[in-house]
Design a protein around this ligand. Structure first.
Ligand code: IMP
Ligand code: MG
Length: 214
C-alpha cells in the first residue's frame, strides 16, 4: 500500500493560479489540492484496492454527503476492477465546523453488512469520531472484513486510540493535510462550497460571512 501524500506543512497554491469560479474565489485563502492532483491520487487508490480485492464482492459504503464525489471517481475509475454494491450511509457528528462527539446514523441497513466485505468510502478523517463509530457498528453487525478508503486525514486532530483502531483495517488514504477547514471536491461548510472543483482552504471572510448567514 502506498503512503499518503503529506501536505501537512504547506498551502501550496494561491487561488489565482487555477480557474476558480468567482463565487468561491474571494472566500478562499488558497488551494491545497488542485482537482488534477486529486484525480491522479484517486486512480492509484483504485489500483491498490483492485489488487487487494481481486474477485471479491464488496459493499462499497459511501459516507454522505461529503464523500459523494470521491466515491464516484474512485469506484468508477478505469483503474478499479472489483465487483461492488453501492450503499450509502449518513453519519452526523458535525454542526458548522465543530465535531459534536456523538454520531447518529441513517440511510443504511447495517444488517446487510453481516458476513460481507465492506469498503467504507469517506471524504476525511478528522477527529476520527465518525470512522470509529462506523467501524464499531460494522463489527457489531458481523461484517466479514472492513477496509477504509479516505481521501484526506488531519493527523493533528486525531483522537487518542484512533491510529490503533485504524491499523486493524486496510487503509487507502489519499493525503495528509494540516489542521485547516477545507472545502470543495464534495466537501462543504454548512452546505456551501461542495461545487468547488479543487480542494481549498477557507479564509476569515468566509467564516465571518457564515456568521451573518445564520
Ligand atoms: P470526524 O468524526 O471528526 O473525523 O469528522 C468526520 C466528518 O466531519 C467528515 O466526514 C466530514 O464530513 C466532516 N469534516 C471534518 N473536517 C472537515 C473539513 O475540513 N471540511 C469539511 N468537512 C469536514
Ligand atoms: Mg463526512
Amino acid at each position: 500500500m502506498s503512503f499518503p501524500i503529506d501536505l501537512q506543512r504547506k498551502l501550496p497554491y494561491s487561488v489565482d493560479q487555477f480557474a476558480v469560479d468567482k463565487a468561491y474565489r474571494s472566500h478562499l485563502a488558497g488551494i491545497l489540492l488542485p482537482e488534477g492532483q486529486i484525480t491522479s491520487r484517486v486512480a492509484r487508490l483504485a489500483e491498490e484496492i483492485s489488487a487487494d480485492y481481486d474477485r471479491k464482492d464488496l459493499i462499497a459504503l459511501c459516507m454522505l454527503d461529503g464523500a459523494m464525489r470521491f466515491f464516484v471517481e474512485l469506484l468508477y475509475s478505469e483503474h478499479m476492477n472489483v465487483r461492488f454494491e453501492v450503499e450509502t450511509l449518513k453519519a452526523k457528528s458535525y454542526a458548522g465546523d465543530a465535531s459534536t462527539g456523538n454520531v447518529t446514523f441513517s440511510g443504511f441497513d447495517f444488517s446487510k453488512a453481516e458476513g460481507r466485505d465492506v469498503l467504507i468510502v469517506e471524504d476525511i478523517i478528522d477527529t476520527g469520531t465518525t470512522m470509529r463509530a462506523t467501524l464499531d457498528k460494522l463489527a457489531a453487525q458481523g461484517a466479514k472484513s472492513t477496509s477504509i478508503a479516505a481521501l484526506l486525514a488531519k493527523p493533528e486532530r486525531h483522537q487518542p486510540g484512533l491510529q490503533e483502531q485504524l491499523a486493524a483495517h486496510p487503509l487507502y488514504l489519499g493525503f495528509l493535510i494540516p489542521d485547516e477547514f477545507v472545502v470543495g471536491y464534495g466537501l462543504d461548510y454548512n452546505g456551501h462550497y461542495r461545487g468547488l472543483r479543487h480542494l481549498g482552504v477557507l479564509n476569515e471572510e468566509a467564516f465571518a460571512l457564515a456568521q451573518t448567514r445564520t
